[in-house]
Design a binder for this molecule. Structure first.
Ligand SMILES: [Zn+2]
Length: 505
């Protein structure tokens, strides 16, 4: 069930005086359009003309929040999130929490904010006051409702396990899993192969060869195969909080382990199984799941760039590879078939040092320029003014886009594309504007001043005579991470890679 909330603000009232636009009517149209586009039926509307900005002054928003908190709605449509709350952080917190803990989406014409979607960082950006951690702790307490759903065999997750999709239960709250025939075929292949003793990476290779693709990634990797084999959902169970992966950092290398979670639940699900329980047990027995890498084996670090360089294509941490032939060590992406080409490790190491030297030079220049700039406040103000004008102009264009949608000159796709572009531009301009704010500039310069002596010392001390471990330590004291990209291979192209250094400031 969906609702919609409309609010005419003071600014709207001003605008109406000069332009004669009926704001509420206009917003109603936008929301109806959005609902039509998303195939949503709106069962309840709240509309208010506001006398104040706070929740206290807005009776309709209070009524809406009460119903949201009771978990009556899947989502609420608004023309923009700032129609719900702006400015006052306590109000924003109240609203954000009401939506988050009832798992209610906020639907705007350009974006859906979904608290159930783990990847949806923006939901939490909308309410900067509430961190993901805080959400998780409070959510734990509110989980009792979910526990009873799990005990009834319902599916409470947000992403369905591979092989299944979900379906709303008739006549009651909640969802159950239903088999996705195409994916289920792959699941059966995985379990059959595992029962024969085929290892996870060979199963992954086989699936890649026959052209199968996982849902989001381009290729199967052994980790996702192992996750499937370990998941009891395939013989008809629902697991919840079953195992959580914990990450630990030892010598800059991340090791994952999967300690048994204390509060897990395993119950008979309402869904159909894809394989028999015996098959599941046999597959798990045979596949002898390894729990993370042996730390002992790698305790002596041999890679000065360990845990530092990230693949510019798939985001995985690049790894050192050594050759028994005595060939020079290389640095490569661990993902099979990743399009990023490997390099000689020493070339990347040297390039990182060059990068640090370049940064040092640039930082010194910034300090010099900054001293000059102290006398150039006028120029700064001019720049600020230009950017502010541009922001205003872009806002007007955004307004215009709404007009064109309303007049049906823009279809929804065009509108979404256009408004997304414009919003991105506004964000960009705002961060540009930030640069000219004296306060933030002072802070940045202070940080740079602090890092310069550190950088100088590292560049002096660094030498290949040092152990890989000490080199690693030196690099990590000034670098957060390095993003690595190389798209051409072969002789003569050895140094044609690009690095992006993220310096600790
Ligand atoms: Zn990669």
């Amino acid at each position: 069930m969906y609702g919609a909330y409309l609010r005419k603000s003071r600014a709207d009232l001003e605008l109406e005086k000069t332009s004669g636009v009926d704001t509420l009517q206009r917003h109603r149209d936008i929301i109806k359009n959005t609902a039509k586009y998303m195939n949503i039926t709106i069962s309840k509307w709240w509309e208010e003309v506001v006398s104040g900005e706070t929740i206290k002054d807005r009776p309709e928003v209070q009524k809406m929040l009460l119903e949201v908190e009771q978990g009556k709605f899947d989502g609420i449509l608004v023309v923009d999130v700032d129609r719900l709350a702006r400015g006052d952080t306590a109000d924003q917190a109240r609203i954000s929490k009401a939506f988050a803990f009832s798992s209610t989406k906020i639907v705007t014409p350009t974006k859906i904010y979904d608290p159930n979607n783990d990847a949806d960082e923006e939901y939490f950006e909308f309410g900067l006051f509430m961190s993901r951690r805080e959400y998780k702790t409070i959510n734990k307490r509110l989980n009792r409702g979910r526990i009873s759903s799990v005990n009834e065999g319902k599916f409470v997750g947000s992403v369905c396990p591979y092989g299944y999709s979900k379906e709303k239960l008739k006549g009651q709250k909640g969802y159950k899993l239903v088999i996705d025939e195409d994916e289920a075929k792959i699941v059966k292949i995985i379990f059959e192969s595992a029962c024969k003793g085929t290892g996870a990476s060979n199963i992954a290779n086989h699936l890649n060869k026959i052209g199968s693709k996982p849902r989001k990634a381009d290729v199967w990797v052994s980790a996702s195969i192992r996750d499937i084999i370990q998941n009891p959902v395939y013989y008809g169970m629902i697991k919840w909080n079953y195992r959580k992966t914990e990450k630990r950092m030892i010598n800059g290398v991340v090791y994952t382990s999967r300690p048994k979670h204390k509060e897990f639940i395993l119950t008979q699900g309402l869904h159909e199984s894809i394989i028999k329980k015996e098959v599941w047990e046999m597959a798990n027995e045979k596949s002898k799941i390894k729990t993370g890498k042996s730390v002992k084996k790698e305790l002596k670090m041999q890679n000065p760039l360990a845990g530092l360089v990230v693949c510019g294509i798939c985001g995985r941490t690049m790894q050192r590879r050594n050759y028994s032939s005595g060939h020079t060590d290389s640095l490569m992406c661990p993902l099979p078939h990743c399009k990023n080409c490997s390099s000689h490790l020493y070339l990347v190491e040297n390039a990182i040092l060059d990068g640090l030297r370049a940064y040092l030079k640039e930082f010194k220049q910034i300090i010099i320029d900054y001293k000059d700039e102290q006398n150039e406040t006028n120029l700064n103000n001019d720049n600020k003014e230009i950017i502010e004008k541009e922001i205003e102009k872009t806002n007007q264009q955004l307004n215009k886009a709404y007009d064109l949608l309303e007049q049906e000159i823009y279809d929804n796709d065009t509108f979404l594309k256009r408004s997304k572009q414009l919003k991105e531009k506004i964000d960009q301009l705002n961060s540009e504007l930030e640069k000219y704010s004296v306060e933030s500039k002072n802070k940045k310069v202070q940080k740079i001043k602090n890092v310069i002596p550190n950088l100088e010392k590292i560049l002096d001390d660094y030498s290949t005579d040092l152990s890989p471990e000490s080199r690693n330590e030196l690099l990590k004291s000034v670098i957060n991470k390095v993003i690595y990209l190389k798209t051409v291979k072969g002789r003569g192209h050895e140094d044609e890679f690009t690095l992006k250094l993220d310096i600790k400031l």
